[in-house]
Design a protein around this ligand. Structure first.
Ligand SMILES: NC(=O)c1ccc[n+]([C@@H]2O[C@H](COP(=O)([O-])OP(=O)(O)OC[C@H]3O[C@@H](n4cnc5c(N)ncnc54)[C@H](O)[C@@H]3O)[C@@H](O)[C@H]2O)c1
Length: 308
């Protein structure tokens, strides 16, 4: 007997989920969407703007019954409209899970020292990368079926200092704290809230972090499993949280990073291959510092010229 929604078999048969944050086939959200669709879920996708819409429309064209909804998460009105659209298109208590895979910072502040973070970019990065999860939970929790859940994406830079991750590390730390507070607020309604802390993966967003290719190589050499994390790894792990397999899990930050978060020092057996990666990152930092110093010198000379 076919289910009212979604596929007929699989961990998510008969369930409906909203996926926020697919930009292209490399997106972590797309890894989760594919895993969820394979397990029978019916999906809706939100997109930030027209350019993203075109890409999301193209890659979701083979998904049966997929709904696409605009939502810039910096706007409460957009989130309200998205919730109303979902309630209309999926009548009744429409949602079983929501995946929030969204972050933003000015990439000019994802290099060099965190000390240089501007007030403006701090506010924008925290708003889009952290507060939006709470804003979405406010609007969508009332539309959730019992046993529903929210999932967001975080990174080790929340817990430890990662070169150039800067304000995003602060935003992710706040996001992880939000997961715990929301888990308590929504637990009484039978709704769970979790996060996956993924290892570094090349995506549009991560390419904004200076030296990301070095971080990825470093993780591959030094993670206990000696391999990089993939969006498929993230998708499979997400299934354990967004399906009923995760019924006893809330407020959790699940590391999906091939074990990288447990290491305390670089892998001795890969030291000779790791050192050049570190040297490259060091050389890049030197070049950035020299460029920043030159810029300050130019500004000082210009000011002196103005005064002369
Ligand atoms: N790639 C990694 O190495 C990595 C590791 C750990 C965690 N994460 C997290 O995974 C999540 C997804 O990032 P990704 O790496 O898949 O990159 P991505 O570029 O594919 O996805 C980021 C998404 O955020 C969306 N977005 C940005 N501003 C928005 C706004 N105002 N409104 C709505 N959407 C907006 C973009 O449109 C895009 O779809 C992010 O939270 C990121 O921090 C990524």
């Amino acid at each position: 007997m076919p289910d009212a929604v979604g596929g007929t078999t699989g961990l998510l048969a008969g369930k409906r989920g909203l996926i926020m944050g697919v930009a292209n086939e490399r997106s972590l959200a797309w890894g989760i969407a594919q895993a969820a669709a394979d397990q029978g879920a019916t999906l809706a996708f939100s997109y930030a703007n027209d350019a993203v819409e075109r890409r999301v429309r193209a890659i979701t064209r083979d998904l049966e019954r997929a709904i696409l909804l605009p939502c810039d998460v910096a706007s409460d009105e957009d989130i309200d409209r998205m919730a109303a659209d979902l309630a209309r298109q999926w009548p009744g208590a429409p949602i079983d899970f929501v995946v929030h895979a969204i972050s933003y910072s000015d990439k000019n502040e994802l290099l060099g020292p965190y000390l240089q973070t501007s007030r403006r970019n701090f506010a924008i990065a925290l708003d889009i990368s952290c507060y939006s999860f709470t804003a979405v939970a406010q609007r969508l929790a009332p539309l959730m079926r019992p046993g529903g859940n929210f999932l967001t994406l975080t990174y080790l830079g929340a817990e430890r200092v990662i070169p150039n991750y800067n304000v995003m590390g602060v935003a992710k730390a706040a996001l992880e704290a939000s997961v715990r507070y929301l888990a308590v607020d929504l637990g009484a309604r039978g709704i769970r809230v979790n996060a996956i802390s993924a290892g570094p993966i090349k995506t549009l967003a991560s390419s904004g972090v200076s030296g990301m290719r070095h971080l990825i190589k470093w993780a591959e050499l030094n993670a206990p499993m000696k391999r990089n994390t993939t969006i498929e790894d993230v998708g499979r792990a997400a299934l354990s949280l967004i399906s009923d397999l995760g019924q006893g899990i809330t407020g959790e930050i699940l590391h999906v990073d091939n074990g990288y978060n447990v290491i305390g020092m670089l892998a001795v057996d890969e030291a000779l291959r790791s050192v050049p990666v570190l040297a490259d990152l060091g050389a890049q930092a030197e070049r950035q510092k020299a460029a920043a110093d030159a810029e300050v010198e130019t500004e000082v000379s210009a000011e002196e010229g103005d005064r002369a």
